[in-house]
Design a protein around this ligand. Structure first.
Ligand code: PEP
Length: 253
């Protein structure tokens, strides 16, 4: 079993085309020697084109922050697999907690988006994670189990091998509060157990990222945990120096 560390920057609603290009140019200069990590950036839709151009010829992968399950039609504000594919995208974030909290995303829509992303050949990054009140109410495992069972319904073990899971405790996202390495490891091990129940041994090859205020100062101890295979990064992905420092720490360099 060897799982390559994957560190993905979720730029959220930040960076126009010129800013995105500049960030990728700066990242390209800083990633020499970091080939042991798979590095991905996920800009907003309108920034994807300039980022794909800037990343060309570099190991930086480009992802989108959403995908719709229909091929086209009357779905204002949504984006199709073909639109992303022809823009040069290789990864897609699905079910981020902000989509769940503010835009009505459910485990059922996560499942539809996941099926569409796999059919189009993307590497999906599927986000799961509990709210603070759910953790405090002792419901973390039940919530994660539900998100995984429904979100991954009908997916074959062969396809599951292509999926990256991001465990993002909602109370840790953008708050500066990070799960302790032990707390995160416990959740990751639980998630891997759920994946094993669904997909058998394939679960041992699936990458599970941690997300929630990960930064250079805590990345090393988090990624050192046996079931943590990288990070999904918000705030610390918006400046090249921060992101590169974080990747170096994740690789224990
Ligand atoms: C995220 O948006 O996925 C995230 C983890 O954000 P932050 O790193 O800012 O907490």
């Amino acid at each position: 079993m060897s799982r390559k560390i994957i560190v993905a920057g979720n730029w959220k609603m930040n960076k126009n085309a010129a800013e995105g290009r500049a960030l990728v140019e700066a990242l390209k200069n800083g990633i020499a020697g970091l080939e042991a990590a798979e590095i991905v950036v996920c800009p907003p839709f309108t920034t994807i084109g300039s980022v794909v151009e800037a990343a060309e010829g570099s190991p930086i992968g480009v992802g989108a922050q959403n995908i719709h399950w229909e091929a086209n039609g009357a779905f204002t504000g949504e984006i199709s697999a073909d639109m992303l594919k022809t823009s040069g995208v290789q990864y897609v974030i699905i079910g981020h907690s902000e989509r769940r909290q503010y835009f009505g995303e459910t485990d059922e829509t996560v499942n539809k988006r996941l099926v569409a992303a796999l059919a189009a050949g993307f590497t999906p990054i599927v986000c799961v994670g509990e709210l603070l009140e759910e953790r405090e109410g002792g419901k973390t495992e039940a919530v994660l189990a539900q998100q995984i069972r429904v979100g991954f319904a009908g997916i074959s073990a062969e396809d599951a091998a292509k999926i990256v899971v991001a465990y993002e405790p909602v109370w840790a996202i953008g708050t500066g509060k990070t799960a302790t390495p032990d707390m995160a490891q416990q959740a990751h091990a639980f998630i891997r157990g759920e994946l094993r129940a669904l997909f058998g041994n394939v679960a041992d090859d699936m990458r599970i990222q941690y997300g929630g205020s990960m930064k250079a100062s805590n990345a090393r101890e988090l990624v050192a945990q046996p079931d943590i295979d990288g990070g999904l990064i918000g705030g610390a992905a918006l400046k090249a120096d921060d992101f590169i420092a974080l990747i170096r720490e994740a690789l224990a360099l």
